[in-house]
Design a binder for this molecule. Structure first.
Ligand code: TGC
Ligand code: FAD
Length: 402
């Protein structure tokens, strides 16, 4: 047993090598590589040693919030004036990739804070709101969450029933949101709700407001190190200065999703790299029929296909990052990459699990955790099929959602 454990430990040693078969590093600037290296080191030190235990225990390590703030993982694409990183979208993508090599749940925490909380406050908020919230969110002094999904409205957020009334000196908010990442620990929630005319607006709801509660969702088999919960609004008095003034309509939350889905397209590559890397090392060391299993054609086929798919996904993500930087990327471009790269990562996790045999189901290896996490990632931020329908609409001009 000791020998087996020693072998497993040695297989973990090189976990932080990148996968770069097509020399995609040549397409990155020195700044991109520096940013990636800093986050890679951070994940190696702060996440990887503990993540299996956190996931097994369904524990969200709240202290990671401050640490993410310190390393610049929150709002890297938000201007420095507001505490963000002032970086481009490729840097943002690389940050998400490296965090998700550690764990998709950890990446969720960072995606939500940067793309779904800081981004709408920066893009649609007043100058007062930006100054009040963004620096604290960037530093990790505050944690935020994003409330769009409701119990009866997931893929179809336009049907939402959460609503607010203008009471003269404040708004009165009622309704409920479900499946909200970070909600049980969040200090603020960016909540999407309809006004009396049925128009969707964003409101900043702060912990402590009377009638606002955030019950936790338990018994998840996926994203176990991320906390998920509800947002319940029972006659919550929201000050008028907490309404995001600069955009209304479903387009506002969908713009936030564009940014977060972009990050997921990169993040999924990280999870896939980690599974591939573990599978490759396991295959080289695991002996069956007196040979390393890597010498069998069927194992080589799996590894060769993994490397091919990761390489294609990397090129897709890099080009999409360029288009984001140039302001040329559309929702459909982003949907294609989110859909492709998450499905690719999930398939690689499943194949890597096979290569690890029985060991693949244990917490000795990251595979099963990535696989279970990716089952959420393929559903949130628009399901796999909703992204297909977004592409179908792009191709034909005919929306097939309804
Ligand atoms: P549709 O009629 O297409 O659009 C409604 C209005 O929005 C405008 N619009 C956009 N505006 C700006 N940017 C975009 N990307 C936009 N996309 C659409 C559009 O022009 C229209 O404007 P107007 O003026 O005509 O009203 O909307 P629809 O109701 O038909 O829905 C389309 C559909 C199904 C694609 C959309 O509802 C959708 O994407 N559904 C999926 C829902 C989803 O992704 N939810 C994610 C919740 S957040 C989450 O999962 C976080 S997980 C975080 C983590 O832990 O990492
Ligand atoms: P449904 O919309 O009920 O879909 C069920 C099935 O029906 C899916 O297969 C879907 O593809 C299919 N379907 C639906 N409509 C169509 C159609 N028109 N044509 C064909 N097929 C269709 N939301 C937030 O707002 N904030 C968060 O922070 C957040 N975090 C999340 C964290 C986790 C762990 C999870 C699991 C979810 C999170 N979500 C969050 C919610 C997530 O965005 C939704 O789960 C997702 O949008 C799908 O909604 P639903 O679960 O209600 O599924």
């Amino acid at each position: 047993m000791e020998a087996v454990e020693a072998k497993h430990k040695s297989q973990k040693q090189d976990q932080f090598e990148g996968v770069d078969f097509y020399q995609i590093d040549d397409l990155l600037s020195e700044e991109h590589k520096l940013v990636r290296g800093a986050i890679r080191d951070f994940v190696k030190k702060e996440i990887s040693p503990s993540i299996e235990q956190w996931a097994q225990d369904a524990h969200f390590p709240y202290e990671i919030v401050r640490k993410f703030g310190e390393v610049g993982a929150f709002g890297p694409q938000i201007p420095e004036t507001y505490g963000g990183g002032g970086l481009d979208y490729i840097s943002y993508g690389l940050i998400m990739q490296e965090i998700e090599r550690g764990d998709s749940g950890m990446r969720s925490t960072a995606s939500v804070q940067g793309s779904l909380v800081m981004y709408p406050i920066y893009k649609f908020g007043s100058e007062e709101q930006r100054n009040k919230f963004l620096p604290k969110l960037a530093s990790g002094e505050m944690l935020g969450c994003f409330g769009l999904t409701e119990p009866d409205h997931g893929s179809n957020p336009s049907g939402m029933t959460t609503h607010f009334k203008d009471m003269g000196d404040h708004y009165l908010l009622n309704g409920a949101k479900m499946w909200i990442s970070n909600s049980p620990k969040a200090d603020i929630a960016v909540v999407w709700a309809k006004n009396e005319a049925g128009r969707i607006h964003g409101l900043i709801v702060e912990r402590g407001m009377e009638g606002f509660s955030t019950p936790e969702t338990h018994n998840k088999w996926s994203l176990r190190a991320s906390c998920t919960g509800e947002l319940v609004f029972d006659n919550v008095k929201v000050p008028k200065e907490n309404l995001l003034p600069n955009k209304s309509g479903l387009g506002a939350p969908l713009m936030c999703l564009d940014s977060a889905r972009f990050g997921i397209a990169w993040g999924a590559i990280g999870a896939a790299m980690d599974c591939y890397d573990s599978a490759r090392r396991y295959a080289m060391e695991r002996i069956q029929f007196d040979k390393p299993i890597a010498s069998f054609q069927l194992i080589q086929k799996k590894l060769a296909e993994m490397l091919t798919e990761i390489t294609k996904a990397q090129l897709l993500a890099w080009k999409l990052g360029k288009m984001m930087n140039e302001g040329k990327a559309t929702t459909s471009h982003i949907s294609l990459a989110k859909r492709n790269n998450v499905a690719m990562a999930l398939e690689i996790a499943r194949e890597a699990r096979q290569i690890h045999g029985g060991m693949g189901i244990t917490g000795e290896y990251p595979i099963m955790r990535h696989m279970m996490n990716l089952e959420s990632v393929i559903t949130y931020e628009g399901t796999h099929d909703i992204h297909l329908l977004i592409l179908g609409n792009e191709i034909t001009g005919i929306p097939a959602f309804k």
